[in-house]
Design a protein around this ligand. Structure first.
Ligand code: GAL
Length: 356
């Protein structure tokens, strides 16, 4: 695993409207098992190095070598949110409209007339205040002002990244001064065998067989479906099959327990890397990256369709319009607190041929 200084500094003079030179900082967390790079811009998880079964370090997330690339206009054009923190409201809100206490609020309509990932002023494009406690612990803070992206209420947000042995734990905390809706997640795309251009050879297991029914714009209808054969991942199942049928972009449901539960396991029979995702969120958006189209990724790679899978623990999409969904309303005096854990292990390479 490469040795880095704990903080890298990159500077850029931004366009006229912002006279201050903004800087992208890259923080590095590391221990004997993991090395994770995080940018203050967007709270982006830029690298996760883990060990494969030959003890070789492997970077398992899509992204760029140079942090400046995350804010280049070309990339933002067909923007897939590589690695970013998503908020104030992750996923979709129907027609980009919300109502609270008799008042209507208009959000950015950036996805077929709906609001996706809070639009162009989402947390993914903001500069966060970083405080690195030690090699294992980074705190990022951001104040989202009243009215930002159309949302009511000034929201104080803290995201913490903590390495413990072979796990990366992320906690999300927020408070508001006015009623608002909150749903914060991260958007890393994983490829546990980056020598392969697509995730077709990876195996996915989901600890849920229930998912939200959505319309063609991926807005929930309110119905809950039991997974059909294509959407069933109750056992480790190679992704090649579903990718041939245009992939997954679905929110799987978990009991709203308020405590950490096992959501998903992703593994590569080739590298032996096994990623386990646990969270206290009730939803996991599984997106196999059908629309990925990114030039000049790490080592000059082109990331095309299905080159990574996003596994985003979160509240349900469009909850403000569905009283039956777990509530995403945050009121003054209340504390928003959620935790997601990425655990990394490796197992012996399969000697046998493909069994699926
Ligand atoms: C995912 C979403 C996809 C796509 C992606 C960003 O969270 O489920 O539909 O919008 O973000 O490109």
């Amino acid at each position: 695993m490469s040795i880095h200084n704990n903080k890298k500094l990159f500077s850029l003079i931004l366009p006229q409207q912002n006279k201050t030179a903004m800087q992208i900082r890259e923080y590095i967390l590391k221990n004997e098992s993991l090395e994770v790079h995080i940018c203050n811009y967007g709270g982006i998880i830029k690298n996760i190095y883990t060990r494969d079964c030959d003890w070789k370090p492997v970077d398992i997330v899509l992204g760029f070598d140079d942090p400046e690339q995350y804010r280049s206009p070309g990339y933002l054009n067909a923007y897939p949110c590589l690695g970013a923190t998503i908020g104030r409201y992750a996923n979709r809100i129907h027609r980009g409209e919300i109502a609270l206490n008799g008042q209507n609020f208009s959000l950015e309509k950036n996805d077929h007339g709906n609001c996706l990932h809070s639009g162009s002023t989402g947390f993914d494009r903001q500069y966060w205040e970083g405080e690195q406690i030690d090699d294992h612990h980074l705190i990022l803070r951001y104040t989202s002002n009243d009215g930002e992206g159309g949302f009511p209420g000034k929201l104080e947000v803290t995201v913490q990244y903590i390495l413990v042995n072979n796990t990366l734990k992320i906690t999300y905390d927020a408070t508001t001064d006015r009623d608002t809706f909150v749903n914060i997640t991260h958007h890393p795309y994983f490829n546990l065998n980056p020598e392969q251009e697509t995730i077709a050879g990876l195996e996915l297991q989901l600890y849920s067989n229930r998912l939200l029914e959505t319309n063609p714009e991926l807005i929930p209808t309110g119905n809950i479906l039991t997974a059909d054969t294509d959407h069933t991942f109750h056992f480790p199942k190679r992704l090649s099959g579903i990718i041939e049928k245009s992939g997954l972009d679905d929110c799987y449901l978990f009991p709203d327990l308020g405590s950490i539960q096992l959501m998903a396991e992703l593994s590569s029979p080739q590298t032996g890397i096994l990623l386990t995702i646990l969270s206290d969120y009730p939803g996991l958006q599984v997106y196999t990256g059908k629309f990925l189209q990114v030039e000049n990724g790490k080592q000059g790679k082109h990331y095309g369709p299905f080159s990574g899978i996003a596994l985003e623990a979160q509240m349900f999409p469009d909850s403000p319009h569905h009283p039956s969904f777990p509530s995403t309303l945050l009121r003054p005096g209340e504390k928003y607190h959620h935790t997601t854990i990425y655990s990394l292990n490796c197992f012996s390479k399969e000697e046998t041929d493909d069994i699926w």
